[in-house]
Design a protein around this ligand. Structure first.
Ligand SMILES: NC(=O)c1ccc[n+]([C@@H]2O[C@H](COP(=O)([O-])OP(=O)(O)OC[C@H]3O[C@@H](n4cnc5c(N)ncnc54)[C@H](O)[C@@H]3O)[C@@H](O)[C@H]2O)c1
Length: 249
């Protein structure tokens, strides 16, 4: 795989899960990385881990739903590293429930973090990318954008992220910036390990490959889109879900 030497990457929500794994893989390929999250202790711990491995890293506690916090974070990254070339809109969360049980607050927080946050971060970084004539915006949606019972806010936000991806790809294509979207299926997280055996079995029965994915399956795909090799790919939704997107329900 090619090097990311000379590139700076901002990965939102990168103090845990697949965001952290992606930041690590990018740093291993020579990128300078900005770790962002809303949980200060997690940012501190992640930055310490990266520094211990000798990587160029900065941490920034910022809520991606807050426009001024986002623009300060992006400016700090550019001031520290000189450029911002890759943005991974990874931070996400879900308030799930049947339509009758969901509150307005559930809707707002889910749509804000998964969709508005990606809009604000893209808006804040795109000028730096356009100025250099090179950039990568990679949005982490979900297979759930296709629709999932109990997932009205999340599926709607992730579907919105697909629309944002396609629109920004059209707007930024001639400026050297590609914008793509990855739609993960079930990925191994601590939450998965905590599920009762019968629930895990029920989920696995619906997996065409009979297994769920790992953080590295997503990180590797993000790396592919960040690379020069993917320079003629934009506006696409790429499923990393072991074939689960092939049928509904
Ligand atoms: N895990 C899965 O099975 C799965 C499947 C499909 C899609 N996804 C998507 O992948 C992405 C990463 O998922 P994960 O499982 O690694 O999640 P995770 O919970 O491990 O990591 C997400 C991080 O985002 C941070 N975050 C939340 N709100 C934020 C905000 N307002 N500002 C900044 N940071 C914030 C959290 O603190 C957390 O550290 C998410 O967008 C999620 O919707 C996950």
């Amino acid at each position: 795989m090619e090097t990311l030497q000379g590139k700076t990457a901002l990965i939102t929500g990168s103090a845990s899960g697949m965001g952290k794994k992606t930041a690590m893989r990018m740093a291993e390929r020579g990128a300078k990385v900005v770790i962002n999250d809303i949980v200060p202790e997690k940012v501190e711990q992640t930055v310490a881990e990266f520094k211990a491995r000798g990587f160029e890293v900065m941490g920034r506690v910022a809520d991606i739903c807050n426009a001024s916090a986002v623009s300060e974070m992006v400016q700090a990254a550019v001031d520290t590293f000189g450029s911002l070339d890759i943005l991974v809109n990874n931070a996400g969360m879900e308030k799930a429930g049947a339509l009758r049980n969901l509150s307005e607050k559930d809707w707002d927080v889910t749509v804000n973090v998964n969709l508005k946050g990606a809009f604000l971060c893209s808006q804040a970084v795109h000028g730096h990318m356009v100025g250099k004539g090179w950039g990568r915006i990679i949005n982490i949606a979900s297979r759930a954008w296709l629709g999932g019972p109990g997932q009205a806010p999340y599926a709607s936000a992730k579907a919105g992220l697909v629309g944002l991806t396609r629109t920004l790809a059209l707007e930024l294509g001639r400026k050297g910036v590609t914008v793509n979207c990855i739609a993960p299926g079930l990925i191994h997280t601590p939450m998965w390990d905590e599920l009762p055996e019968k629930n895990r079995t029920a989920f696995l029965e619906k997996q065409p490959m009979g297994k769920i994915g790992e953080d590295d399956d997503i990180a590797n795909t993000i790396l592919f889109f960040a690379n020069e090799e993917a320079s003629f790919i934009t506006g696409q939704v790429f499923y990393v879900c072991g074939g689960r997107s092939l049928f509904a329900g």
